[in-house]
Structure formats: structure tokens, C-alpha cells
Design a protein around this ligand. Structure first.
Ligand SMILES: Nc1ncnc2c1ncn2[C@@H]1O[C@H](COP(=O)(O)OP(=O)(O)OP(=O)(O)O)[C@@H](O)[C@H]1O
Length: 247
């Protein structure tokens, strides 16, 4: 099963009488256990595509399946629960809760997923160590550097052990060295936690680390690049077939 499948997906934003077509005829399967980058110029539809995959927004056309479930037919309360358990989010502006410490920010999604106190402590502790922030556990976001904030955001995204993590331009607000460290950390976490990562980015450092790159322009897929030699290392049995391969 693919972590994400889209079939003929389209999205139009409506601003009064004006229609802005953001995505058209998007058909693709994201492979399991790999690092996929959605690449395209500003305004090409990257964020819209991530928002649809993340069930933050709904398409006007087509079908989206996440972890095998047709998400647009789920009732709202079931969808929020599904999203909390199956999908982690990382944003370019970190989106941490300013009044909560690093520890509490990572713990927050575990509260939403109704994980018990002892298990919450165990997971948050393990994640703080994994992202190298044990000594900053009590710091508020304002008391952390940009790279440290993004590390907290990565740990938070992985807290519920989701099968899928979505990241919208995760290195956009970081200098190139910190960006490289963050990519390396995400790469390591993706491999260790056996999770599928989907990024939007035009950062060449992110492209270089990707297994698969999906190129979009004016809301349409214009190319797909699969780095198979990398993919073979990380893809699990049965996950190699790809739909929508274009060049
Ligand atoms: N809420 C909205 N209302 C109306 N139009 C929108 C809205 N959000 C995005 N758009 C339009 O949809 C198109 C795709 O936007 P989107 O933000 O998905 O692009 P993007 O590739 O993520 O761009 P960037 O790299 O600049 O973030 C653009 O033409 C944009 O102006």
C-alpha cells in the first residue's frame, strides 16, 4: 500500500468571482519509506498539494488516499483523529506553541492522540535525545535558535510515530549550514523510524538528499525523477511500483 495516492486531483481557489486554478489532474503514488520532494517555482502549487495530502484542505476533483483510506469521504471528527495519528507536519516557520517548552511542544500531539503519561514521557525523552536537544528541554521556542526550533518541530512531527511526515519548505528560514544539518537529521529520522517524508522545496540541498523528486509547474506534474539506486536501500519489499512516472 502506498502512503499517499492521488488520482486526477484538482483544486481551484475562488476569490469572489475569480477562479484561481492551483492544481490540475494530479495523479501520483508516493512510495513508502522514502524521501520525496515536490519541486517547483513559486506559485506552482506545492503548498496546495501538501495541504491536500495532509487533509488540511479538500480537492475539488479526484480522489486522495492516505494510508489506504479515502480521506475526503471521512467525517470531520474521524478525519482530525486520523490526521493526528497518521500524519506529522513540519513548517518553514516552525509553528511551535510559544508558551510551551521544547519538551511540552513535542508532547503536545501525544496529548491529542490520548497517549498515557508514562508513554508520553518515554517518547518525548527519546525524541529529545534523538534530535540532540536534551539540554534545552525546558527552553521556550523564543529561547532557541532557528535550527533548534526546527529540531523541536521534527521531534514533534514524529512524536505519534506517524507513517507520513509532510514538510513545507523546512529549510527556507535557515542558513545553509543549519539547513544541511536539519536535512541530515530528517534523513536519519526517516530511515530509523521507517516513515515516508514528503517535502516541498526548491532548496538544492534538499533535492540532493531526495529519493524521489516530483516536479510541478502551473499546478501540473511535469516530471518525476526516481533515484532508484538510493531507493533500493530504503524501500521495503513490494513498494517499488510507481504510477505517474513522467519525464
Ligand atoms: N488561499 C488562496 N486563495 C487564492 N489563491 C491561492 C490561495 N493559496 C494559493 N493560491 C494560489 O494558488 C497557486 C498555488 O499556490 P501555492 O501556495 O500552492 O504555491 P507554492 O508552489 O507553494 O508557492 P511558494 O513556493 O511561493 O510557496 C498560486 O497561484 C497562488 O496564488
Amino acid at each position: 500500500m502506498h502512503p499517499v495516492s492521488l488520482c486526477n486531483v484538482g483544486k481551484v481557489y475562488r476569490l469572489g468571482a475569480v477562479e484561481v486554478p492551483a492544481l490540475s489532474d494530479i495523479t501520483l503514488d508516493i512510495r513508502r519509506g522514502v524521501f520525496t520532494v515536490i519541486s517547483g517555482p513559486s506559485g506552482s502549487g506545492k503548498t496546495t498539494l501538501l495541504n491536500l495530502i495532509g487533509c488540511i484542505d479538500t480537492p475539488d476533483q479526484g480522489e486522495i488516499r492516505v494510508a489506504g483510506r479515502a480521506v475526503q469521504s471521512m467525517p470531520d471528527d474521524e478525519l482530525s483523529d486520523f490526521r493526528a495519528r497518521h500524519i506529522g507536519f513540519i513548517f518553514q516557520s516552525f509553528n511551535l506553541i510559544p508558551v510551551l517548552s521544547a519538551y511540552e511542544n513535542i508532547e503536545y500531539p501525544l496529548h491529542l492522540a490520548k497517549v498515557g503519561a508514562a508513554e508520553r514521557r518515554r517518547r518525548v525523552q527519546a525524541l529529545l535525545e534523538a534530535v540532540g536537544l536534551e539540554s534545552r528541554r525546558n527552553n521556550l521556542p523564543a529561547q532557541l535558535s532557528g535550527g533548534q526550533r526546527q529540531r523541536v518541530a521534527i521531534a514533534r512531527a514524529l512524536a505519534t510515530a506517524p507513517g507520513l511526515v509532510l514538510a513545507d519548505e523546512p529549510t527556507a528560514n535557515l542558513d545553509s549550514q543549519t539547513g544541511a544539518e536539519i536535512i541530515a537529521l530528517m534523513r536519519r529520522m526517516q530511515r530509523e523510524q521507517d516513515v515516508s517524508f514528503v517535502f516541498s522545496s526548491h532548496d538544492p540541498q534538499v533535492h540532493a538528499e531526495a529519493d524521489d523528486v516530483i516536479f510541478i509547474r502551473d499546478g501540473r506534474i511535469v516530471g518525476v525523477e526516481l533515484k532508484r539506486e538510493v531507493a533500493r536501500e530504503v524501500v521495503r519489499e513490494g513498494a517499488l511500483e510507481v504510477q505517474g512516472e513522467r519525464s
